[in-house]
Design a protein around this ligand. Sequence first.
Ligand SMILES: Cc1ncc(C[n+]2csc(CCOP(=O)(O)OP(=O)(O)O)c2C)c(N)n1
Ligand SMILES: [Mg+2]
Length: 338
Amino acid sequence: MTQAELSELVKRSEFTPVAGLSAEDCVTLYYYMQLTRTFEMRLASFYRQGKMVGGVYLGTGNEATSVGATYTLEDRDILAPTHRDIGAHFVKGESLRAMALQLLGRAEGPTGGKDNGLHQGNKEINTLGMISHLGAMISVAAGAALASKIKKSGQVAIHFIGDGTSSIGDFHEGLNFASVMELPVVYIIENNQYAYSTPNSKQYACDWIAQRAHGFDMPGIVVDGTDVVEMYRVTKWAVERARRGEGPALIESQTMRMRGHSEHDSADYVPQKVMEKWEDKDPIDILKNYLRDWGVLTDVTREQIDEQIESEVEKAFEYALDAPVPEGPEAANGVYAR
Ligand SMILES: Cc1ncc(C[n+]2csc(CCOP(=O)(O)OP(=O)(O)O)c2C)c(N)n1
Ligand SMILES: [Mg+2]
């Protein structure tokens, strides 16, 4: 849906902006979070139907983090997403069709059907393609911020990092470099409590990963990552600070990976009680309640948005499912093999 279409649906009520977000902004955030959930649930069923192969990593529970943080960016800014951030790609301007073609490995997709993960970047919207090696993009995001500083382009970069990824050496090297060079980059830890089957208690000994920021002499802030408004507010502060030339920041979003590591994983190692506790903090439900309590959207209007999202997602996948995969010889072009 376009911004104009969404704005039309906003209930004309007295609304005091929260965290600098207008009523229209709040509805747009809802649109992107619900779009992400709907799109990803289709992927989950495609995987079960054998229509998708390989790893299918969903961001269920991470929507407020990736959507809320990315919503702070200007068009010129740089997004370095990770494997839970389909929502961030959408906010930055990636089309549903391109994303559907990519994830179904179609020839017309951004990687020509050579890959079906979130490894695509898009120069038009300043999104960097990630690689799977955890931690490798931390220095790449710092490098993009260094280029911005040298060119005086005013661009800020944000990069998402998993809790498990924060244990990798590259994390310390990258954050140290960013701080020493006073780079305009904001690192966001998506602390979703698990790295595959490893719980946080086996990952780090400190209370918060954000505490490490002080060792690099940058701000370290812990945020309730199930609350999109909080996520936006804190990230906005860090992005504006970085744009003023005051250097990097580390934000730790506390949230939960509500599904397995990938769709093959039942996550039966997560205690039932832990999952139930987080189910009560579903980021989309929290925003729905805000919208209702603030008088911004009636439930009926919100359901209209949901229906519209269903049809947009349906259309994108209908196109992608009909689109061809790359032909034999072309499928091997540009692909490294032993
Ligand atoms: C260097 C490296 N080691 C291991 C892996 C395999 N691997 C991929 S994702 C993942 C878990 C990452 O956990 P986290 O950083 O917390 O992100 P999450 O998946 O929980 O969002 C692992 C171990 C990898 N891709 N790269
Ligand atoms: Mg994790």
